[in-house]
Each structure stands twice: as structure tokens, then as C-alpha cells.
Design a binder for this molecule. Structure first.
Ligand SMILES: [Cu+2]
Length: 69
């Protein structure tokens, strides 16, 4: 298991947090997601044999937020 913290731009409310959390939890290999609105971050526990931070960034970009590793 690995942990990464992603930076996310564009989150403004609890609805955004929920959207980002759901998008990350849908990804294969993700076991835990903690999104912090105030920091604009998502900390994700994931299986590096299944997914990568770049894939998680793409999942966030897909729902309209700007994410980076
Ligand atoms: Cu929002």
C-alpha cells in the first residue's frame, strides 16, 4: 500500500469535496480517501500494483477540477 497527497484546485464547498472523494473511491486500487477543502488536498491510500498517482489525477481532472501530484 502507498499513500499520495494530490493538490486540487477549484474546490469551493462540501459538494466539491464529495465529488472528488467519490471520483477517487471509484478508482480501482484505492482504499482510503481524505479530501480537505481548506488545504485543497486529497490524501489517498492506494495499491501501487493497481493504480498510480497520475491515474488518480486524471480521474479528478475528468470531473472538472485541476489536480496535480
Ligand atoms: Cu462545490
Amino acid at each position: 500500500m502507498a499513500t499520495t497527497t494530490l493538490n486540487i484546485q477549484g474546490m469551493t464547498c462540501g459538494g466539491c469535496v464529495k465529488s472528488v472523494t467519490n471520483a477517487l473511491q471509484r478508482e480501482d486500487g484505492v482504499s482510503r480517501v481524505e479530501v480537505v477543502l481548506e488545504n485543497g488536498t486529497a490524501t489517498v491510500d492506494y495499491d501501487p500494483a493497481v493504480t498510480q498517482p497520475e491515474t488518480l489525477v486524471a480521474a479528478i481532472d475528468d470531473i472538472g477540477f485541476e489536480a496535480s501530484v
